[in-house]
Design a protein around this ligand. Sequence first.
Ligand code: ZN
Length: 96
Amino acid sequence: MKDFNKKISKSGSITLPAALRREYGLADGERFKITIDGEDGTIMLQRTAGSCLFCGSGNELVVFNGRYVCASCIESMDGQVSDARMAGALKGGAVV
Ligand SMILES: [Zn+2]
């Protein structure tokens, strides 16, 4: 878990840190669901729509480690991994 210490502005907004936006591919206009836990006051943000971390597409998104990746990029990566395995070009792992 990562912690950030942020302050609410006069207009009620909180800026998400640039490093966080970069890491999770958060873009302008993205929408979040806000959930508040009444017992301990925890406020959670959950992405309700987004775009692919790699190509920016909004189609056929899959959430992987908290980031959106589109089916097309997954297929492309899968193909490259298969090709690299066939060529024995992967580093740090056994060739299956
Ligand atoms: Zn993509």
